[in-house]
Design a protein around this ligand. Structure first.
Ligand code: FES
Length: 154
């Protein structure tokens, strides 16, 4: 019985099996979360005024239909998915630690540069596993505005 339930719980309810990693391709803005570098064209979309994103503050933005966060750490801007890859909590309610964002719900920690998980989620003494890294997006500042590269609609 336990074996029959496990795929149901872990396959369909919040624990994706595949690992999504964005590969940065030089400065070309061509990223692909699914098929590798160069397969998906990305467009820079204006998301905010640079003055709206203060150092260490997590700001919710939208670009290309994606709900993202942008932040500034050590003078560098970062953009990432807003939903925590663990159980979908809003990472804008989290905090910055070094160059990482920490989810307030189970304290998972994700590198803002690479999206890689630095600390697995925990609930009191129960350790959990985040199944995917955070998806991050390139950001550039131009004429006082922040632009995030997101997949171009087909
Ligand atoms: S929802 Fe973010 S760590 Fe659990």
């Amino acid at each position: 019985m336990g074996m029959a339930i496990a795929p149901y719980l872990f396959g369909r309810h919040g624990f994706p099996r595949c690992r999504v990693v964005l590969d940065r391709v030089a400065s070309s803005q061509a990223y692909s979360p699914r098929t590798g570098p160069g397969k998906m064209i990305m467009d820079y979309v204006k998301v905010a005024s640079a003055s709206d994103v203060a150092e260490g503050v997590l700001v919710p933005v939208e670009a290309g239909g994606l709900k993202l966060l942008v932040t500034k750490v050590g003078g560098t801007y970062y953009a990432a998915q807003r939903k925590c890859p663990h159980l979908g909590f809003n990472l804008c309610r989290g905090k910055i630690e070094g160059e990482a964002v920490v989810c307030p719900l189970h304290k998972a920690k994700f590198d803002l540069k690479t999206g890689q998980i630095e600390r697995d989620p925990r609930l009191l003494f129960i350790g959990m596993k985040a199944k995917t890294d955070l998806t991050t997006y390139p950001v550039k500042e131009e004429d006082g505005a922040l632009h995030v590269a997101v997949p171009k609609p087909a």
